[in-house]
Design a protein around this ligand. Structure first.
Ligand SMILES: NC(=O)c1ccc[n+]([C@@H]2O[C@H](COP(=O)([O-])OP(=O)(O)OC[C@H]3O[C@@H](n4cnc5c(N)ncnc54)[C@H](OP(=O)(O)O)[C@@H]3O)[C@@H](O)[C@H]2O)c1
Ligand SMILES: [Zn+2]
Ligand SMILES: [Zn+2]
Length: 333
């Protein structure tokens, strides 16, 4: 089968490799779609120290079971893998917190991922996709939509609260806007680009390209500030994001587009404003299942910038780096 194999730091090629072998408890899936994520760029740039080589890149996918060595799944089931492979046995797995599994390995990092025609996945890592959820949304539900869902749950989002989303045009941002609204929030979207703002406006309640957006947020909230910020960029927007929060506000840290940059927190500011900082990554299986219930209601539209075949993976990566892109890039093997 064809696969994108990373064989050294930053080095990859499309190779013809043998089909994956299954052990008991494993499932073979035929990939319908895999999705690119900013994380793939960071992985190829060498920012993930636990990468093992060679490894098949990719951690977002939807597929169909073709062979199962686990009674929970049968050929024909449409499934998504989590980002990680839980052992299903540790204390955290027992508590339903499988993304904290102490023995978990990560797809596309230290076990083979999904930029391939087929993938071996442990049944512990699979969630069935309801018929009302299209492949184009399901592919990035665990890493993107359910990840944001988990963050909003941890932040205790209440109906009617105001949520700011930075990096609003990105794969995370454009779907975070829609999810927050589907969960009853009023959403203020932040982007740098006036052109992208025109597109984003159809999804958000308010959209701004103002660099110092905290002022806009204050103006839109009777000078109070937002309840929650979904920070999908990182250091370039963090200062303004913190300034946008009301007393008792919560910030969900998701993006880190410039991992070489750091940010100095002013502790007094956090303390006196009673701010909660929530680092957020991945989703538990339960978050994926709950997010599928929201997606089944048809309230969230997949925003796909472009779809490439596996052979054109180089072009897909280049397009990921294109600043005018809005939404996700898909790979159709
Ligand atoms: N925590 C998690 O579980 C998780 C999951 C997925 C992704 N991520 C991270 O989240 C971030 C976004 O991922 P993504 O896949 O959505 O990437 P993406 O599609 O490339 O979107 C990133 C967006 O951030 C904005 N941006 C980029 N550089 C910026 C800068 N220097 N200043 C201001 N805005 C900037 C851009 O929005 P505008 O052009 O609209 O300004 C861009 O569209 C990445 O750091 C990624 O690694 C985290
Ligand atoms: Zn991802
Ligand atoms: Zn575990």
């Amino acid at each position: 089968m064809k696969a994108v194999v990373v064989y050294d730091k930053g080095k990859y090629e499309i190779r013809d490799i043998p089909m994956p072998r299954l052990n008991d408890g494993d499932v073979l899936i035929k990939i319908n779609y895999a999705a690119l994520c900013y994380r793939d760029l960071l992985q190829l740039a060498g920012y993930y120290p636990r990468m093992k080589y060679p490894v098949i890149l990719g951690h977002e996918a939807v597929g169909v079971v073709v062979e199962s060595r686990d009674p929970r799944f049968k050929p024909g089931d449409r499934v998504v893998p989590l980002l990680h492979e839980p052992d299903g046995a540790c204390e955290f797995c027992m508590r339903g917190l499988d993304s904290y599994c102490i023995n978990a390995l990560s797809y596309g990092e230290n076990i083979d991922g999904f930029f391939a025609e087929y993938a071996r996945v442990s049944a512990n890592a699979l969630v069935k996709v309801p018929s009302g959820v299209p492949d184009e949304l399901a592919a990035f539900t665990p890493c993107v939509i359910a990840m944001v869902y988990k963050g909003l749950k941890r932040a205790g989002l209440m109906h009617g609260e105001t949520v700011v989303v930075t990096g609003a045009s990105g794969g995370v941002g454009i779907h975070a806007i829609q999810l927050a609204r589907a969960l009853g929030a009023r959403v203020i979207a932040i982007t740098r680009s006036p052109d992208k703002a025109k597109f984003i406006k159809q999804f958000a309640d308010e959209t701004t390209t103002e660099q110092r957006f905290s002022k806009v947020v204050k103006d839109l909230t009777n000078n109070v500030g937002a309840d929650i910020v979904i920070e999908a960029v990182g250091t370039p927007t963090l200062e303004e994001s913190l300034r946008s929060l009301r007393n008792g506000g919560r910030i969900i840290i998701i993006g880190n587009v410039n991992p070489d940059e750091s940010y100095s927190l002013r502790l007094g500011y956090l303390i006196m404003k009673d701010i909660a900082i929530i680092g957020n990554v991945r989703s538990h299986k339960s978050d994926v299942a709950e997010t599928f219930k929201v997606l089944s209601r048809g309230l969230i539209k997949p925003i796909i910038a472009s779809t490439y075949s596996l052979d054109k993976f180089n072009d897909a990566l280049e397009f990921m780096r294109n600043n005018s892109r809005i939404g996700k890039v898909l790979i159709k093997p």
